[in-house]
Design a protein around this ligand. Structure first.
Ligand code: TXA
Ligand code: MG
Length: 329
């Protein structure tokens, strides 16, 4: 059931979470499928609902830096780096620490490490405060499909299998948080997001180890190749011969395509922003992929963006969506 974020729905959500049930809630990045991070039973329900392999760990959300201390004991190196990153929290950043305590073992798939995020969205914040416990929440989509950026997207996939979906409107960021691990000698980027490599390097005063999922073996299960993929095949515009595209194709561009002649060859045309602003593109991307995916097209052709700044995060999602390699998920 989709509900407005009224005090009574938040009270109901709190009660459900405390009883090991699932609640979907908005964050500024994407909607999360939440359970208490101290509840093995609740977490097992997340894996079951998503069809997610038990080997792919979840992100744990906490309300404040202060509440972090109950669940992680940062090493001196992590402590030092955390101090430089603190001003990015609450926000779209997830930090992987080498060890955790007091959380259910299945939240990190039995790994010693834990991924922590402090979301900025007021509804996520309120819920965390009311529950008074950390919440494990992966993106509220079935494993391997596009992340949800509205409550309706969550409902479209799960229907009433999720007892409560709190509607906070469309997500402002639109793509998942940036993930870094900070315990080893070099900080590693595990997933790019709108908090960019450039920004993180500036704050940390050190270079990040940046590996792209498609080029390397996964170091985090989330780096497996086919993630975020719509069901309709997706190809890059610059790898396609426009004269060969099927009649029932869609075109997804960063801004309105300048050529009428090209646009007219496509049955559906969707521009992700008015002027190519990549923050706008990120916000619209997943919703647009879901919309095009409903149109029974044979092919979606997507324009590629550059790889600096926020472009890296958008390109990462597009590359994964276009990859057709088999996956273990
Ligand atoms: O924006 C977000 O991060 C959203 C919202 C709901 O917070 N959540 C999200 O969760 O995207 P999910 O589960 O879809 O992606 C979490 C990623 C996965 O790729 C997982 O492999 C990685 O985080 N991860 C979680 N714990 C980890 C750990 N201990 N070490 C390495 N990677 C980890
Ligand atoms: Mg996900």
């Amino acid at each position: 059931m989709i509900v407005d974020p009224s005090p009574s729905s938040l009270a109901r959500a709190t009660e459900l979470l405390r009883r090991d049930a699932l609640v979907a809630f908005p964050t500024e990045t994407v909607y999360g499928l939440g359970a208490c991070a101290t509840s093995e039973e609740g977490i097992a329900k997340i894996y079951r609902a998503k069809g997610r392999p038990a080997t792919n760990p979840l992100i744990v959300h906490v309300a404040t830096i202060g509440s972090l201390a109950g669940y992680v004991a940062p090493s001196p190196r992590e402590e030092h780096r955390l101090a430089r990153l603190e001003s990015l929290w609450p926000g779209p950043l997830t930090v992987v620490f080498e060890s955790s305590r007091g959380l259910a073992a299945n939240v990190s798939s039995g790994l010693a490490s834990v991924a922590i995020r402090i979301p900025a969205h007021p509804i996520a914040q309120q819920l965390l405060q009311l529950v008074g416990l950390p919440l494990a929440a992966p993106s509220a989509n079935r494993s391997n499909y596009v992340s949800p950026t509205t409550a309706q997207h969550v409902y479209d996939e799960f229907g009433d299998d999720i007892p409560l979906i709190i509607d906070g409107g469309p997500c402002a960021v639109g793509i998942e948080s940036t993930i870094i691990s900070i315990g080893s000698s070099q900080v590693r980027l595990l997933r790019p997001g709108i908090i960019t490599v450039e920004e993180l390097e500036g704050r940390l005063g050190e270079k990040l180890e940046v590996t792209r999922g498609e080029e390397t073996r996964p170091i985090s299960p989330g780096q497996l190749a086919t993630h975020y993929a719509p069901r309709t095949p997706l190809v890059f515009f610059d790898e396609t011969n426009v004269s060969d595209i099927p009649v029932r194709s869609g075109l997804l561009t960063l801004k309105p395509h300048p050529s009428k002649e090209i646009s007219e060859r496509f049955q559906e045309v969707c521009a992700l922003s008015e002027h190519g602003d990549l923050l706008h593109v990120a916000r619209r991307l997943f919703a647009a992929l879901r919309e095009l995916d409903k149109k029974q097209l044979e092919l979606i052709v997507v324009e590629r963006c550059g790889s600096s700044g926020v472009g890296l995060a958008i390109l990462d999602r597009l590359v994964r969506a276009t990859t057709k390699s088999p996956t273990t998920e």
